[in-house]
Design a protein around this ligand. Structure first.
Ligand SMILES: [Zn+2]
Length: 473
């Protein structure tokens, strides 16, 4: 069985994920449920799903944890503005997130811990860090991590230590900041009535609440153990979030926190950074309202290698839709093929395609190479169809292959039609074709109308008639 090679942000090299008896421990930073997740977030979640599906496809076992950030500067601000509890505020966005996951055909994680359920664990880690002098209490009463106490700080984002030492006299109390302000970061924020309103927890270091970075460390260590095999996120997470996670976690456990760090690149919309003010900001819901489906969005987000910038456009989404429609037609042709074929050549084609596909995804999720094996196969099969070499048995083998690779891709339009084409429609379709062959136009027309009434269409192509489901929109 092929081993997965995955690019490690920390070592800047592709590394083999070692096959073990135990599951691969996978931690992916989850959504901050202060709003609906946008397609930039979903590029990352789809990449993580692709990674997990590839691991499973290659025979690894996986234990996957994704946190739900229901406690940070943004959720608190939102709840206090609306004068409702944190839970009341975050609940609808959490529910929406799970609906979107399902729409995007993302496999569920083994656990979705909520930050607010881990305050006890967080406090215990901070107490330990204070004891070891990795942390100190600042003038404002908040607890900060001391960068000076962790000499390898910056090794993930490849920051120069010299630059850091100069900047490290500063302290930062907000959750998000850029590299220019690399400095002692907050582990526990002391209560500020104006900012926090009624939202706070009691702790040995006073009333307050955890910093965002600390939350992920606590949940990962608790649910996966001291050393995680693969930790993922978007490139935005590398600094400061993941850098800080390493510092806190390793100071606490004195063990390596993560073996491989994997990050997906940015998403642009129409070549620009996505922003509400530019009007190019999309959530998954915005796109479904425009009539696009989860498969189409997923296909578009997966098409570009995860470490390359992806330019998202509605035209691209239309192209993804057209491409999936062609696959749908192809699959339908395979499903409806009845005649006898000439088995032999197709077996070779399938073996070659599967070998190529597997090697491609195992090489740092090389999607373009993997898809080229799929598209080459479709082209070859269509040629063989024209030469009448593909029959029912061959079609079934091809379908089985498509089902296997869809365990990784998750967007092939395989299921709907089989389940959806009711027997009466299939029968009417056959009767209509027979009537047409007998030049019995009246009956042919009768059955065509019957098929239409049931929500299907008949299309005559050079290869013969095909049955299609009518688009709902
Ligand atoms: Zn995180």
């Amino acid at each position: 069985m092929a081993l997965l090679k995955l690019y490690n942000t920390e070592t800047k090299k592709k590394e083999e994920v070692q096959q073990k008896k135990n599951p691969i421990l996978l931690y992916t930073c989850g959504p901050t449920v202060y709003d609906f997740a946008h397609i930039g977030n979903f590029r990352t979640y789809v990449f993580e799903d692709f990674l997990k599906r590839t691991l499973l496809f290659l025979g690894y076992k996986v234990r996957h944890v994704m946190n739900i950030t229901d406690l940070d500067d943004k959720t608190i601000r939102g709840a206090n503005q609306k004068k409702i509890s944190l839970q009341e505020y975050t609940e609808p966005f959490t529910k929406a997130f799970f609906e979107d996951l399902s729409l995007m055909r993302i496999l569920l994680a083994d656990a979705y811990p909520y930050a607010t359920d881990y305050i006890g664990e967080i406090i215990a880690i901070i107490q330990d860090l204070l004891k070891k002098a990795n942390a100190y209490i600042g003038n404002d009463g908040s607890v900060y991590f001391s960068l000076r106490s962790f000499p390898t700080y910056g090794r993930l984002s490849h920051l120069k230590l010299q630059e850091l030492k100069e900047g490290a006299s500063q302290r930062v109390c907000v959750d998000e900041y850029d590299k220019e302000s690399a400095s002692d970061f907050v582990l526990w924020k002391s209560y500020d009535e104006k900012r926090d309103g009624p939202i706070y927890w009691e702790s040995p270091f006073g009333k307050g609440r955890p910093g965002w970075h600390m939350e992920c460390s606590a949940m990962a260590l608790k649910l996966l153990g001291n050393t995680i095999d693969i930790h993922c996120g978007g490139v935005d997470n590398i600094f400061p979030h993941h850098e800080n996670e390493i510092a806190q976690s390793e100071s606490y456990t004195r063990e390596p926190f993560v073996r491989i760090w994997a990050h997906s690149a940015h998403l642009l919309v129409e070549q620009k950074k996505m922003s509400k003010s530019l009007g190019n900001f999309y959530t998954v819901r915005d796109l479904t309202k425009k009539g696009y489906g989860g498969r189409e969005i997923r296909f578009l987000l997966m098409q570009v290698h995860y470490r390359m910038q992806l330019n998202f456009t509605l035209l691209g989404l239309d192209a993804a839709r057209a491409s999936l429609q062609r696959m749908k037609d192809f699959i339908l042709r395979l499903r409806t093929e009845k005649k006898e074929g000439v088995f032999g050549k197709i077996k070779e084609c399938l073996q070659e395609a599967e070998r190529g596909f597997t090697t491609a995804v195992a090489d740092d999720l090389n999607i373009s190479s993997a898809l080229s094996f799929l598209f080459d196969l479709i082209r070859e099969v269509n040629t063989l169809f024209d030469q009448e070499q593909i029959g029912k048995k061959e079609s079934q083998e091809i379908l089985k292959f498509l089902e296997r690779i869809d365990q990784v891709l998750g967007f092939l339009p395989l299921q709907e039609e089989v389940e959806a084409v009711p027997e009466e429609v299939q029968k009417a379709f056959e009767k209509r074709n027979q009537a047409r062959a007998e030049k019995n136009w009246k009956d042919a027309d009768f059955f065509r109308k019957l098929i239409q009434e049931k929500g299907y269409l008949v299309e005559d192509t050079p290869q013969g008639a095909v049955l299609k489901k009518r688009e709902v929109e």
